[in-house]
Design a protein around this ligand. Structure first.
Ligand code: AMP
Length: 398
């Protein structure tokens, strides 16, 4: 069985074709600058050179046409014809309260997705564009929507409700939804496998520390709390997003700087986080590490504040679950960044966590970094959202 995974953004489209008998990636790539000058599509077969096609792409369908052409190309392709594609899995950002699981896409699902788009105006319309384009190209192939929010739908009311008038929840569905669900699901499952236990018997905290960052508490296989909220702005400090702030700051900055609410919202999303804290030095942790080592005080402040926030959430989630068996680091920083992992683990000593500093330096592989006497098993688990989407797609079409 072969599954094509599509992650459509507003002007980009990432894809991977996976052979689900072996779970190996057959080919992958990225279409960029869709609808903008200078667009291109990259195509990388598992065994072969990367190819970049530079062609105008007026929409996502143009990009997908090129992708299908390359996948089936007699010379560089990895399948003979499009009939070999058994299903398409679409990363879909917001499923609202309507979708607690992945679903087979039909007209009713598309209608609900359109309604939910109000909650994720930057993401869901782009996801829908990818779905519609794919339906045109492969009308007879099952298409599955896999939601970033679905894994978090098990959260109890006390985790997902905000303390604002209840009618805003009833009328407008204002609540915590949480994101990165496919990653939190994949990593918590794999973390349990690494200690040879069932996820149903464990309390796991997953720290997804990428450019976007979120943390989740997974008790007995179900998410009970997560740091991102109604939108991906809440919670941890991120590359460019502020994470938690006092909501009154928005009005205050509007008045002081003469900005509109939309403009301050853009500042919180695009100019804050470690970028803002480092005095606009960088949102990339590699730059910040280097600058901090060179004595840059802003970079050091950004890193320290970042680690503190992660540790604070771990403390809260250990309390929320009444214990924690595993803390798993994942995504760009979680998988690769020694300084961040070491900075967070320093706080965890209080919990009785003992880590091996040499192992904390190792990058990008499944690895238990705590010592046997540690009260909590700390590990690095590289995430694989595409594989998670492909697996969920298989479950739906079965
Ligand atoms: P992601 O969004 O998961 O791709 O994560 C991106 C973040 O991971 C960026 O801030 C990178 O600086 C960070 N990152 C990736 N590789 C490394 C590395 N080798 N060392 C430090 N940070 C890294």
């Amino acid at each position: 069985m072969k599954v094509l995974v599509i992650n459509a953004g507003s002007s980009s489209l990432k894809y991977q074709l996976l052979d689900m008998d072996t779970e190996k990636v057959l080919a992958k790539g990225l279409a960029e600058r869709i609808g903008i000058d200078g667009s291109n599509v990259s195509y990388q077969p598992a065994e072969g050179e990367k190819i970049v096609v530079e062609e105008p792409l007026k929409d996502h369908k143009d990009a997908l046409d090129i992708i299908i052409e390359k996948l089936t190309d007699p010379k560089v392709g990895v399948i003979e014809n499009i009939e070999e594609i058994d299903a398409v899995g679409h990363r879909t950002v917001h499923g609202g309260e309507e979708f607690a699981h992945s679903v087979l896409i039909d007209d009713a699902v598309i209608k609900t997705l359109e309604e939910v788009s109000e909650l994720a105006p930057l993401h869901n319309p782009a996801n829908l564009t990818g779905i519609r384009a794919m339906e045109e190209i492969l009308p007879d192939v099952p298409q599955v929507a896999v939601f970033d929010t679905a894994f978090h739908q098990t959260m109890p009311e006390e985790s997902y409700l905000y303390a604002i008038p209840y009618e805003y929840y009833e009328k407008y569905k204002v609540r915590r939804y949480g994101f990165h669900g496919t990653s939190h699901d994949f990593v918590s499952k794999h973390a349990a496998e690494l200690v040879g236990k069932d996820r149903k018997d464990l309390k796991i905290i997953v720290c997804h520390l990428g450019n976007g960052a979120s943390i989740s508490a997974v008790r007995n296989g179900e998410c009970v709390d997560t740091s991102m909220g109604m939108t991906p702005l809440e919670g941890l400090i991120m590359g460019t997003r502020s994470g938690d702030i006092d909501p009154a700051i928005i009005e205050y900055i509007c008045n002081k700087e003469g900005l509109t609410v939309e403009e301050v919202n853009a500042v919180l999303n695009k100019k804050s986080g470690v970028l803002g804290l480092s005095n606009h030095l960088s949102s990339d942790f590699r730059d910040l590490d280097e600058a901090a080592q060179g004595g840059n005080e802003y970079a050091k402040l950004a890193l320290d504040t970042y680690c503190y926030r992660v540790a604070k959430y771990i403390g809260a989630y250990a309390m929320a679950m009444q214990g924690v068996d595993i803390i798993a680091f994942t995504a760009g920083c979680g998988e690769n960044n020694y300084a961040v992992r070491a900075g967070v683990c320093e706080y965890l000593k209080y919990l009785g966590v003992v880590v091996n500093d040499e192992k904390l330096h190792i990058r990008g592989e499944d690895l238990i970094v705590s010592e046997p006497e540690s009260s909590v098993t700390v590990m690095i688990v590289p995430t694989n959202e595409e594989l998670s989407i492909a697996r969920q797609t298989m479950e739906v079409i079965k």
